[in-house]
Design a protein around this ligand. Sequence first.
Ligand code: COA
Length: 273
Amino acid sequence: MSNYQNIIVEIDGEAATITLNRPEKKNAMSPALHEEMTYALREVRDAKVKVLVLTGAGNAFIGGMDLEKCFFDPFDDPDKFREGTEWSFEWMRHLKAFPAVTIAKVNGWCFGGGMEVVGLCDIAIVAEESTWGLSEVNFGIFPGGGTTWTVAHNMAFRKQALYYSLTADTFDGKKAVELGWASKAVPLAELDAVTQKVVDGLLTKNRIVLEKTKEVYERALDLNFPDSVDYEIAKLWELSRLTKNEWIRVALNSFKKREYKPGLETYELPSEA
Ligand code: COA
């Protein structure tokens, strides 16, 4: 499937962007959009990009689940209801385990399921003016379908996680950084440029190194220290083999010749000529 109706997929070399494109509905995620996201993530993964940026068209990032199309309309038809939600679980599980670096570029409204999407990304660069909220209690449920999991894994403290889950108070992009939802907040006018700078920096890194950095982080969250050390050593040898020892052969060889300062910059690959 590449004829998408609800999203725009752009693959430019080693960087991809998926724009949720229902601006007239604040990019609310309908079953059809969920299905398209499932195929789009596979397409982007198969392109072996280094970075995937997710963003929204218009003045919304994601207005959450489409409350009518996902819940209200199919409520009395259990099979239809389940079908819609299963598409969402499928791409969100894939997003969580995505090999490339995922960046949420939050340009505006970000509610409920939209916060879940941000919470599953690796990096979030957000407009200071964006408005966030766990709105579920405002329509009579709790943050479900994985949203509470992202609350628990992104917000540092119980008193904040439960405060925002229970009150549905909204907050802005700066507060999103403070609460652990976002990596950095910038004025909306600078959002594209700042995100592009981060993408450009990531593109200078080795794709496998980025992938392994994510894998090791995810496992380290669940392991005790000695097990994590063992896992990290094993993964280092896997990384070495997959990169043909690039870190020794190129990076540290270059450092030994004092050609660059690893604290401040990435090594350069020799030209193929
Ligand atoms: N599901 C379905 N439709 C949605 C939607 C959602 N989550 N969010 C917005 N829309 C629709 C609106 O119903 C409206 O449709 P209409 O033109 O047919 O009336 C359209 O998008 C534009 O939204 P509108 O409410 O007019 O824009 P606004 O700028 O005044 O307010 C929001 C924006 C995001 C504050 C408001 O739309 C809202 O509260 N949305 C629901 C947010 C939410 O609780 N999401 C669920 C989390 S799981």
